[in-house]
Design a protein around this ligand. Structure first.
Ligand code: AKG
Ligand code: FE2
Length: 206
């Protein structure tokens, strides 16, 4: 074994996860812990976080988390009745994008950021299947801060499930027909945990 191999984790080693009609790859420590701590704090301080609301059965309901949308001009993005105009890339977002572009081997022109302030912030069941993402989108999801459970369920058979613990400094790549056949969520937890930032890099077709 080389010295390099014995002392350091192989940075690009991902775990492929093959589900029925869906593909994922998980890279638990793409970013080193110290580097991840810096990114967490930088994003917390420099991103223009907002609590958006959605229309649910005729009522405006606040999303249970803070959000932000960054990317190239002309990559506006609509979901849950909202249209987001992107803010321009920050230096940190460009650095992170460049690291994962190399791994995912595809280009990204925008990123949706979510800040889960505590265990009571969450994201409900959904698929990232908006038409502007195209038929088999590659979505690269980067995680900093507290670990959170990421649950998947098959759309046509909710007994078919999978779970991944998304850890500080990790990357999860979702691809193939995953968004067509599966939904995912980040459930609330009663554990006393600190904040978590998730970034989903996407390619918006305009
Ligand atoms: O926070 C996460 O891990 C999930 C984020 C997500 O599913 C999304 O932004 O569409
Ligand atoms: Fe999603």
């Amino acid at each position: 074994m080389s010295l390099q191999g014995s002392l350091f984790e192989e940075p690009d080693a991902g775990n492929a996860i093959h589900l029925k009609n869906g593909e994922l790859a998980y890279y638990p420590r793409l970013f080193k812990p110290a580097e991840s701590d810096v990114y967490y704090q930088t994003l917390l301080d420099t991103i223009d976080w907002k609590q958006e609301s959605m229309n649910m059965y005729g009522k405006q309901v606040l999303f249970p988390r803070l959000m932000a949308w960054y990317g190239d001009v002309a990559t506006s993005y609509s979901f849950s009745g909202n249209t987001f105009e992107p803010r321009p890339w920050t230096a940190a977002l460009q650095e992170i994008r460049d690291r994962i572009t190399h791994i995912a081997q595809t280009d990204f022109n925008s990123v949706l950021l979510n800040l889960y302030r505590s265990g009571s912030d969450s994201m409900g069941w959904h698929a990232d299947d908006e038409p502007e993402l195209g038929p088999q989108p590659v979505i690269a999801s980067v995680n900093f801060g507290a670990s959170r459970r990421f649950l998947l369920r098959y759309k046509n058979d909710h007994h078919l499930k999978h779970e991944i613990l998304l850890e500080h400094g990790s990357l999860l790549v979702m691809k193939g027909t995953l968004q067509q056949y599966w939904e995912h969520q980040v459930p609330k937890t009663n554990r006393q945990i600190s904040g978590r930032i998730n970034l989903t890099f996407r390619f918006i077709h305009s």
